[in-house]
Design a protein around this ligand. Structure first.
Ligand SMILES: [Zn+2]
Ligand SMILES: [Zn+2]
Length: 242
């Protein structure tokens, strides 16, 4: 009873209506999404996952066919959830409106994942630079990264610095590109900043909003490794698994 009172008090200053349907209930106050929408957002848990990219597997293999057949530069991928239509819509909402309740919901479970990552002895994290549409049309908007909440939690739990060694060299977006186009496009998407050449820390956590084909994070990992990183781990809100 008392906690709902405090939440209501907080809500007075910071209204937390459901980020999907706009209703208010105990869940929406706590997580930014009401109970009904939260259960619609649930995805089933696969039996097995690839040890590298964490994509669902139907048979107990160590590595999926895809990771086995290409040059994979990242060490391991951690995603908070598998994407479904509703979660995908939520992520788009977050990207276009910078909505606070939505980022709370998308990052549920992050503390448990970050506590697991603590054992890795990570040195620094990197937010994958991206262009927001809003930023292009309204250049005076403050820079917003949909993954910034991932970073806030990472900083709090792992206490590692945020470094910014990559610059984006192509303004094209990956969205809307075909599977193979994404790999070609990713190849020229970033460069290392001159002051980070051969000076990247050993263990890096790369933060991005969604793991789709892995083309972007793979290319970013390649550049970081070429410049001194020994291992690159990936953490995203969602992964596309179909
Ligand atoms: Zn709702
Ligand atoms: Zn894999």
């Amino acid at each position: 009873m008392r906690s709902i009172f405090i939440l209501r008090l907080l809500n007075f200053f910071l209204p937390l209506l459901c980020g999907i349907c706009g209703r208010e209930d105990f869940f929406s106050l706590k997580t930014g999404i009401c109970k009904r929408c939260a259960s619609a957002a649930r995805t089933s848990k696969p039996l097995y996952r690839c040890n590298v990219c964490s994509s669902p597997l139907v048979v107990p293999l160590a590595v999926c066919g895809f990771c086995d057949s290409r040059n994979v530069f990242f060490t391991k991928v951690f995603c908070l959830r598998d994407r479904n239509d509703l979660l995908g819509d939520l992520l788009n909402k977050l990207k276009s409106n910078n909505e606070y309740p939505v980022s709370i919901f998308l990052s549920l479970g992050i503390r448990r994942t970050l506590r697991e990552l603590r054992t890795l002895g990570l040195d620094a994290c990197v937010l994958l630079p991206s262009y927001s549409k809003n930023k292009i049309f309204h250049p005076d908007l403050r820079p917003f990264s949909p993954s910034s909440r991932l970073y806030e939690e990472t900083k709090r739990i792992l206490k590692i610095p945020l470094i910014d060694p990559l610059i984006k060299t192509s303004q094209e977006r990956q969205a809307g590109k075909s599977f193979s186009e994404r790999f070609f496009h990713a190849y020229s998407a970033w460069k290392i900043k001159p002051n980070w050449e051969d000076r990247c820390p050993s263990k890096i956590l790369l933060l991005d909003d969604v793991f789709t084909t892995g083309a972007s994070v793979n290319e970013a990992s390649r550049i970081l490794k070429k410049n001194g990183a020994k291992s690159v781990y990936i953490l995203t809100y969602l992964r596309v698994s179909d």
